[in-house]
Design a protein around this ligand. Sequence first.
Ligand SMILES: Nc1nc2c(c(=O)[nH]1)N[C@H]1C(S)=C(S)[C@@H](COP(=O)(O)OP(=O)(O)OC[C@H]3O[C@@H](n4cnc5c(=O)[nH]c(N)nc54)[C@H](O)[C@@H]3O)O[C@H]1N2
Ligand SMILES: Nc1nc2c(c(=O)[nH]1)N[C@H]1C(S)=C(S)[C@@H](COP(=O)(O)OP(=O)(O)OC[C@H]3O[C@@H](n4cnc5c(=O)[nH]c(N)nc54)[C@H](O)[C@@H]3O)O[C@H]1N2
Ligand code: SF4
Ligand SMILES: [Mo]
Length: 729
Amino acid sequence: METKHVNCATCDIACQLVATRKDNETRFTLNGDPDHPLAPGAICAKGKLSHEIFDHPNRITKPLKRVGKRGEGKWETISWTQAMDEIAQKLQKVVDEHGPEALVVTSGPWNSSTEAGMTRRFMNLLGSPNYLSPVALCLGNTGAVNRLTCGWMPYPDYEHTECIVLFGHNPHNQSWVMEYIRIRLAQDRGAKLIVLDPRESQSAERADIHLPVKLGTDAAMMLGWVNVIISEELYDKEFVEEWTVGFEELKTHVLTHYPLATVSQITGVDIASIESAARMYANASSAIIPWSPINDQQVSSTSAIRLFSILRAITGNLDAPGGEMMMGINPDIIAESALEMHEYLPLSQKKKQLGYDEHPVFTYKGAEVFKEHTKRVWGAEYPSQVKGLGMAVPSPTFRAMAHGDPYKVKAFFAIANNALQGYANQKLVFDAMMNQDLIVCHELFITPTASLADYVLPGDTWLERNHIHDGMEWMSAMQTSEKLYEPPKDCKNIYYFWKELADRMGMEEHFPWKDVEELYDHRLTPSGLSLKEFQGKYKAKLADFKHYKYRETGFATPSGKVELVSSVLEEWGFNPLPYHRNAPEPCETFPLKFFVGIREPQFFQSGQRHVKALRKSNQEPKTFVNPADAKRYNLTPGEWACIESPNGKIKMQVMIREDIPQGIIRIPHGWWRPENKDLGMWDHADGILAPDTQDYLDREQGIPHLKGIPCNITPMKNIDDWEKVDANA
Ligand SMILES: Nc1nc2c(c(=O)[nH]1)N[C@H]1C(S)=C(S)[C@@H](COP(=O)(O)OP(=O)(O)OC[C@H]3O[C@@H](n4cnc5c(=O)[nH]c(N)nc54)[C@H](O)[C@@H]3O)O[C@H]1N2
Ligand SMILES: Nc1nc2c(c(=O)[nH]1)N[C@H]1C(S)=C(S)[C@@H](COP(=O)(O)OP(=O)(O)OC[C@H]3O[C@@H](n4cnc5c(=O)[nH]c(N)nc54)[C@H](O)[C@@H]3O)O[C@H]1N2
Ligand code: SF4
Ligand SMILES: [Mo]
């Protein structure tokens, strides 16, 4: 029997698995690690069925070059050498004609532990600031926004907390199992659970208090909590006095603009329930509000994320046992951000970043403001928590790609990211891609995005590489992963791609590591171990941790304190106090609201739709509709319906569900159909419906609202009962 330790990268929660193989077997069997220090036994069906996902006939195993028209689906197989020679030459031409900022790269970081900072390193050496990532709609933007308030994104202490608050967040045994287990263990020890969700989710069912908030009103709810906590003097007076700025202003603001009657009217929750939840949270001896993507995808996102930290701070939970820990950068490994060479990119290029002035929070403009403070407290000028540092803003970037305004962008690389479906306004992303001279994808499958590429390069999978999950400068844990198999045929990792390109473009001295193992040997120098030695010694290594570090260093903000009123937002001309903003309301044409969400057990984001074993229990995309609405709009369960928003239309199967409140419907994220000739790319994707006009963008970050968009729904006789969208029209 052979045993190895692997870290699952099919989703982004990084469960630690044990792989075993009997002598006569070719494949390993994967199980959760029963000895994991934080989440023993964590695994889901996607992790268990990894072989079905990756050993699939659809997997790309050779570099592909487009031979027909863009998107026509005609490819020839070429060698890596030919692919990289041609890509280097074409990229050089774009740079010569339009400048290095004419390259945009989008990278989905979860699956790319072999990226290891190399994407940004290449871009910074070339001179392009235009790095995009879907983490801008997830944890990456949260990291950047948290800096405004307390200089760092803290990590919840599930193991010691007495109270957990989930804003919409709903981990379960097929969604982020590691976090689910840690929450369940905390509840088993007696921790209280408060869940805010318009519907009764699995988390809500287990909660001590469930507040059924209206869609997109989380910031208003938190302003209500702040009101209760201040009015009833439930806050930590010593901490507020010594370690915050702007308390009196915040107090006047919430008492004047967010009395509980107003909060109740905005959120739809009665005053007594708001009060009891705020009291339960504030009176707990320790409490956590784990980050939630629900608040990363709203028009009031910046305020909502800031309010998480404001609540943590005024209740004395920041960097306190059982509260939210500020872990800093892992001391055992060179951080990805330290390899990214941000200091090399001149300020004049940084300022060209798309979205820099319009929506500055997570752009280089934000990074530049904080660099002296993060250096002082965390020892690094450009730390990148969950890769959220110095990103371009998606909508201005796609507009520049499509329309050449404010300047032309002519090359687009998508690295482990189905970008066409991973942002708002899919039509704009499509137009942006159709206006490129060069599109390169590093992928495992022909996704809708890859189908539009000039070159598709075959990636390896996490089963086929040695790597380490390093906690992403947020959680100071390292988890090891040993290679189980050689990658098939010509499949190569992301480091290989960047090195080959760098070698051809005069940057070879900056990519000296022969392969990703050598790169990890280098990254592990602080630990004194090589990659092999580290893997032999540790499965999961938690770094030593000290609470209340701010007492020695202060916080990494301009004032050195927690900024309840943000000096940086004020300097940039935004409201320095947190606020609630309404997204557009339903109207006669669009009488309902939809939200994107409720993650599906079978799939991670837009992935795995090709896997029969997973797809069979979720064959088609489903909208969830309340029984009363189903009656009102003549919808039959199992039949198809057309959902239309101000931005476009899609089709979904109807599922009638009591847990969905009347007036709202649910749209799942990321649907397409590998089995269709056109991949079904214009039929089901939430990005077709989601608008990206200013009304639907968070002001400070420019990320799209996905939690409450006006729409209508009409029954369809069958799935083909609509005019095909002509994307080129
Ligand atoms: N419209 C819309 N956009 C969203 C969201 C939404 O709900 N709606 N959700 C947001 C959120 S929360 C997140 S976290 C992000 C997720 O963004 P991503 O994680 O980028 O998700 P996808 O693009 O769906 O899937 C990743 C792609 O990487 C490929 N892949 C997987 N493993 C590897 C690998 O090892 N190597 C290579 N080269 N490729 C690999 C898969 O085949 C897949 O096509 O999207 C965000 N964007
Ligand atoms: N199986 C599987 N698991 C996954 C993923 C996957 O694709 N598949 N993706 C992973 C990723 S990248 C992420 S970011 C997480 C996301 O995971 P979650 O944070 O759990 O997100 P969802 O499941 O979309 O929605 C959770 C709840 O939010 C509620 N909700 C919707 N709108 C609002 C609102 O405006 N306010 C409030 N308070 N609640 C609202 C919904 O009713 C739903 O019950 O899941 C991770 N886990
Ligand atoms: S929840 Fe599932 S897919 Fe995600 S890391 Fe764990 S086993 Fe892998
Ligand atoms: Mo996410």
